[in-house]
Design a protein around this ligand. Structure first.
Ligand SMILES: [Zn+2]
Length: 212
């Protein structure tokens, strides 16, 4: 039978979020995969600011934050998004409305929260920017991670609508955790522009390279 000390050691021994070895936060090997690189890509003429190139380690951190609600992983994601936002604000004088990319309702129910909206809210509080969940799904979409890029575009085509029409040119900055093929951001940009909003940029924590 395990002694109390052994049990508490099993429960409380800090593990690297990236690979699971004994280490607090990220071990030195995994830290090499979580480097802020000031990455920039473009979708539909909109500039996307990201910090971390997607990797197996980044995937583990994202999953631990998003699906397991691990506070430490949340902080990694928030720090990357915060850097992306600061870069946007340095290059742009606007005070845009932060608009999070929505998750499916079923995902929010499973997670017990709206992951990207929570991160966007923290960014808004820190930088004194307004946030609004004006993007909503008009229909159910399949899990993007199971699809190729052509299927992703088809899956998301006209899948988002804006709850508030006639934006009157209001400047909007999109917020998401990860950009892969760009089809989600592309659809969000389309929906917002067609409702009269001006999309001035997007920020994500991670980006799957290469993205032009
Ligand atoms: Zn590690």
């Amino acid at each position: 039978m395990l002694g109390l000390n052994c049990v508490s050691e099993l429960i409380f021994t800090p593990r690297c979020i990236g690979c699971g070895i004994r280490s607090s936060g990220l071990c030195s090997d995994c830290q090499e995969s979580w480097v802020f690189r000031q990455l920039v890509s473009h979708i539909c003429g909109v500039t996307i600011f990201s910090e971390v190139a997607y990797s197996a380690v980044a995937g583990k951190i994202l999953l631990a934050a998003k699906e397991n609600g691990l506070r430490e992983a949340d902080e990694f994601m928030f720090a990357a998004l915060d850097c992306s936002l600061q870069r946007f604000l340095t290059k742009n004088l606007s005070q845009p409305l932060l608009v999070p990319i929505p998750s499916q309702r079923s995902s929010n129910r499973r997670r017990g929260r709206n992951f990207v909206t929570d991160l966007a809210q923290r960014l808004g509080d820190r930088h004194n920017l307004q946030i609004s969940e004006i993007l909503i799904h008009s229909r159910k979409v399949a899990d993007q991670s199971l699809l190729n890029s052509i299927e992703r575009n088809a899956n998301l085509s006209h899948a988002l609508v804006v709850s508030e029409r006639f934006g009157g040119g209001r400047e909007v900055l999109l917020v998401d955790d990860l950009v892969t093929s760009g089809s989600t951001l592309k659809e969000a940009i389309r929906a917002l522009k067609s409702s009269g909003f001006c999309v001035v940029g997007a920020i994500t924590a991670c980006v799957a390279l290469p993205l032009r």
